[in-house]
Design a protein around this ligand. Structure first.
Ligand code: ADP
Ligand code: MG
Length: 605
């Protein structure tokens, strides 16, 4: 007997002893694996005629033996496949998920729990499999976490037969149900209705005996799933619930989608698309190995599970399928990637997504705002990516928080601008609260000028890439003003400049600081917020904004400071430190020498 690999052992124990209530999903997992195995052989059959057959999945119930069997005529497994695929779980998505989410047992049932889920209902599992193109069949057997054996066996055609020897029926594990034709039929419809291959089962029916009033039982083969892909059905015949059911059964997502749309395009390239916006950012979306893309079908036949080339990266959060009859079937996956048809398909879909989002923006603002709050960062990344190659396409579907309190598009901002206002103003910071308290932002608001609040890390980079919108420059509201002459404060500015040497490039006058005596602003391309963000990135360390301190000439503290210049230079040094420290705090920055700041503050008080 061989032992399971360590991780498999752990997961297996968890699965077997799981208090998890939704044990029925084991059937969905086995059927999905069977369907995957047929997909694989189906793909081979596109180029190898010998591989084509009447593809199907069969389910058999044996009440006497208390077994449930799932049979497929797919690609099958040889000895080393059995060893690799069923002897270890680390290669399947399941273990990875489990290790990322250490304790959430309820969740496992909503994602692919895989082959091992069979052990939730069975105390012994027997797999007989023969790989396509090979002559020997093998039997894999296991009674759970002890380990497994692999021996030689018999099987006619390639494919896999998985027999579950059900556990004894108990109150919290009603395994008897899996011997009921009715329950199995329900489970297939619930979880596996859109599996493209027929899922057949011999079912018991009753009929009247000939020439008699008596009834007799007989067996008949029935296909349990409806199969016809939802995207092939007439739109008018598909309800919202159908779309929802399809999403749930296909993506095992416990959260319902925020939005979906179906498109039937006829033209140079004819295709159907069904696209969903998931309710929550898909698991692992920001990991480099996240599998994005749409499933690509050709006339209902799966060509590629996640075709990356069908979705630009910034729409990578979308899920869905595209089915086109125009793609030539006989090409390999590699070739398909370079296919011109595929490119035009991707273009068409991309345009459709953008237009769908623009439409939503006016027809169902609430939904679009939900989508944007979940995926806005990704869409904005699309504006910024590739030096703004897609900016024109995307600039009208991005939203920003505004000083008016709502989310706004740039177009809406422009429509509200006063006649004399030329630029679009924005301010960046860690949070809306911090931005609102920036002295310059306050003064803009007082003058009734709307300011866009940029709180996402990417926002300011987006503004830089856009540069302008509809002829209006995108301008930071908080950048340092030009140096202006101010005779009465000249000496004070010089004094402070010396005191703060090395800390700020310059000290200047600014009349627009409202109630505050001083503030820190940046001059040039890099703002304070960008400095913070870049320094948090691995290759952005050491980037520095050019800092300028600006003082408010009409603030009483500045007036006092000006008087101190003649009377008490020592005190003025302390006041300068304090004003500088306050200005840092207002900008959301840290005071490097906080002790010195506190000491100076106390002395002045
Ligand atoms: P996953 O499906 O996420 O890869 P599973 O635990 O469900 O994980 O299955 C593990 C692997 O075992 C599959 O990837 C596949 O290679 C193999 N497998 C399982 N069932 C079958 C089957 N019926 N036919 C062929 N291979 C199978
Ligand atoms: Mg699986």
């Amino acid at each position: 007997m061989k032992k399971f690999k360590a991780e498999s052992q752990r997961l297996l124990e968890l699965m077997i002893n799981s208090i998890y209530t939704n044990k029925e999903i084991f059937l969905r997992e086995l059927i999905s694996n069977a369907s995957d195995a047929i997909d694989k052989l189906h793909f081979v059959s596109l180029t190898d005629e010998g591989a084509s057959r009447d593809f199907k999945i069969e389910i058999a119930i044996d009440e006497k033996e208390r077994t449930l069997t799932v049979i497929d005529n797919g690609i099958g497994m040889n000895e080393s496949d059995l060893e690799d695929n069923l002897g270890t779980i680390a290669s399947s998505g399941t273990f990875k998920f489990k290790s990322e989410h250490k304790t959430d047992e309820e969740l496992i049932g909503q994602f692919g729990v895989g082959f091992y889920s069979a052990f939730m209902v069975a105390d012994k599992v027997k797999v007989v499999s023969k790989k396509y193109g090979e002559s020997e069949a093998f039997v894999w057997e296991s009674c759970g976490s002890d380990g497994y054996t692999i021996t030689k066996g018999e099987r006619d055609q390639s494919g896999t037969t998985i027999t579950l020897y059900l556990k004894p029926n108990s109150e919290d594990n009603k395994t008897d149900e899996y011997l009921s034709e009715w329950t199995i039929g329900e489970l297939v419809r619930k979880y596996s209705d859109y599996i493209r291959y027929p899922i057949n089962m011999l079912c018991t029916s009753e009929r009247k005996k000939e020439d008699s009033d008596e009834w007799e039982e007989y067996k008949e083969l029935r296909t349990l799933n409806s199969r016809l892909p939802i995207w092939k059905r007439k739109k008018s015949e598909v309800t919202e619930d159908d779309y929802l059911a399809f999403y749930r059964s296909r993506y095992y997502d416990p959260v319902d989608p925020l939005y979906h749309f179906a498109a039937a395009i006829e033209g140079a390239l004819t295709y159907n698309a069904l696209i969903y916006v998931p309710g929550k950012t898909p698991m692992g979306y920001y990991n480099a190995d996240f599998k994005r893309g749409l499933s690509l079908y050709c006339n209902g036949v799966l060509i590629m599970e996640s075709c990356e080339d069908l979705l630009p990266q910034h729409f990578g959060f979308l899920r869905g399928i595209v089915d086109s009859a125009d793609l030539s079937l006989n090409i390999s996956r590699e070739m398909l990637q370079k296919d011109r048809q595929l490119k035009s398909l991707a273009n068409g879909i991309n345009k459709r997504i953008v237009s769908e989002f623009s439409k939503l923006l006016s027809s169902d603002r609430e939904t679009y705002e939900k989508i944007f709050s979940e995926y806005g960062a990704s869409i904005k990344f699309g504006v910024y990516d590739n030096f703004g190659a897609k900016k024109d396409e995307l600039k009208d579907i991005i939203l920003f928080r505004s000083s008016l309190g709502s989310l706004t598009t740039l177009k809406e901002y422009v429509s509200r601008m006063g006649e004399e206002q030329k630029d679009i103003f924005y301010a960046a910071g860690k949070s809306v609260e911090l931005i609102e308290r920036m002295p310059k932002v306050e003064s803009f608001k007082q003058k009734g000028v709307e300011v866009l609040y940029l709180t996402d890390q990417i926002d300011e980079f987006v503004m830089k890439v856009l540069g302008e919108y509809d002829g209006h420059k995108l301008t930071p509201a908080v950048s340092a003003g030009e140096k202006t002459d101010n005779e009465s404060l000249k000496a004070l500015l010089e004094f402070m400049g010396k005191e703060l040497e090395g800390k700020v490039k310059d000290v200047r006058v600014n009349e627009n600081l409202g109630a505050y005596p001083a503030c820190i602003s940046a001059e040039g391309e890099i703002s304070l917020e960008m400095e913070r963000i870049l320094n948090a990135m691995p290759n952005g360390k050491g980037v520095k904004a050019t800092r300028v301190m600006e003082i408010n000439p009409s603030h009483p503290l500045i007036e006092r400071a000006n008087q101190m210049l003649e009377t008490d230079g020592e005190k003025l040094t302390k006041l300068t430190k304090i004003l500088y420290g306050e200005a840092l705090l207002l900008a959301g920055l840290e005071i490097a020498d906080s002790v010195d700041f506190v000491v100076s503050l106390n002395e002045i008080i």
